[in-house]
Write a protein that binds this ligand. Structure first.
Ligand SMILES: NC(=O)c1ccc[n+]([C@@H]2O[C@H](COP(=O)([O-])OP(=O)(O)OC[C@H]3O[C@@H](n4cnc5c(N)ncnc54)[C@H](O)[C@@H]3O)[C@@H](O)[C@H]2O)c1
Length: 323
């Protein structure tokens, strides 16, 4: 797709993935508008928007009018969400508000203001629950292990309904664990890797819970490439994976090696966390690769090195009470 002079709206554009997608699309010549409420408990951070040419609309999907920000958009990437799994169990109604009500309000406003816009929705592999076998393809049963997976499933289904009933082009990407510059590193609210990175940079030990679970981590820029490529795929659901699977223990060793130092302790997963943990995961994303030609380009070691380099220069910006 030629992005020059196309108007792209990115919801959640101040967060980790939204800002990475916004940066790439703007560099390709798109006119980028960001809708984001800059919520303090998420990955939103003004530092994520460094060097991103975009119009910012500070709006909350749950209650603000969205039509002006959407007017005339040709493409929409929907990343805004409450993404903490433990957080969704602590406050399932709040989670539902951001993920289901917010998505539905966006859909209704887009009917009025951007009826022709194609949509790529950020979905999650979390809704599969514990994998019955690996790798996991799109026809794996849906068994949400937590409230967040339920609200994210609802959001995805609202978009797919919009495609079936109104013909809007919609691709839903069920993402694996993503990492890269722009992650929330203050705590483990977004991902365990965030707090690992913070601790390594601070010279403190980090905790590895379990350690034998495998993950196929996807680097942010590769994910951003996938979102833009997804606009050329037929409507539907696609898994998106990343680099070859590694155990969390191997990942911890690699992080320490890439940083050139660091310590960690392997601990049993706390019982509250174990209840909603999905164990090992590896995506079968062959459908998406076949539909778009996309493949991840940044090896894990290189991605970790780039991520550490980003935070080495900017850690205080990510630790203070953002935004
Ligand atoms: N990061 C991952 O590993 C991962 C994995 C699977 C799925 N996803 C999905 O990808 C998307 C982006 O995730 P991320 O990691 O960039 O998260 P993030 O927390 O960094 O970004 C989310 C952004 O959405 C904004 N937001 C949340 N609710 C909002 C609302 N009601 N109105 C306006 N803005 C709102 C926040 O302010 C934040 O900037 C999410 O939909 C998430 O479920 C991410």
């Amino acid at each position: 797709m030629d992005w020059r002079d196309k108007t792209l709206v990115v919801t959640g554009g101040a967060g980790f993935l939204g800002s990475t997608i916004a940066r790439l699309a703007a560099a390709r010549g798109a006119r980028v508008r960001i809708i984001d409420a800059f919520l303090p408990e998420t990955g939103a951070n003004a530092a994520n928007l460094e060097g991103v040419a975009a119009e910012i609309h500070r709006l909350d999907l749950r209650h603000d009018p969205l039509e002006t920000a959407l007017a005339g958009a040709e493409a929409i990437v929907h990343c805004a969400a409450q993404i903490s799994h433990a957080g969704s169990e602590a406050d399932p109604l709040g989670d539902l508000g951001h993920n289901a009500v917010g998505t539905l309000r966006l859909i209704l406003a887009a009917r009025e203001a951007a009826p022709d816009a194609a949509v790529v929705h950020a979905s999650t592999r979390q809704m599969y629950g514990r994998a019955r076998s690996l790798p996991v393809a799109e026809d794996h049963p849906i068994e949400p292990p937590d409230a967040n997976a339920v609200s994210k499933w609802a959001a995805e289904q609202y978009w797919l309904l919009e495609h079936r009933l109104r013909g809007r082009p919609v691709v839903s990407l069920r993402l694996t664990n993503c990492y890269g510059p722009g992650l929330r590193v203050k705590d483990a609210r977004q991902t365990f890797l965030g707090i690992w990175i913070r601790r390594v940079l601070e010279g403190e030990p980090f905790e590895v819970w379990g350690g034998e679970q495998t993950r196929d981590l996807a680097y942010g820029e590769d994910v951003a490439e996938a979102f833009l490529a997804a606009f050329s795929a037929p409507s539907g659901i696609y898994n998106l994976g990343g680099s070859p699977p590694v155990s969390l223990r191997a990942l911890a060793d690699l992080l320490v090696a890439v940083h050139g130092g660091g310590r960690y302790q392997v601990k049993e997963m706390p019982p509250e966390r174990a209840k909603i943990d999905i164990g090992s995961y590896v995506a079968d994303d062959s459908r998406f690769r076949a539909a778009t030609g996309w493949a991840p380009r940044v090896p894990l070691e290189e991605g970790l090195a780039r991520t550490l380099a980003w935070y080495r220069d900017r850690l205080p910006l990510y630790l203070r009470g953002q935004p």
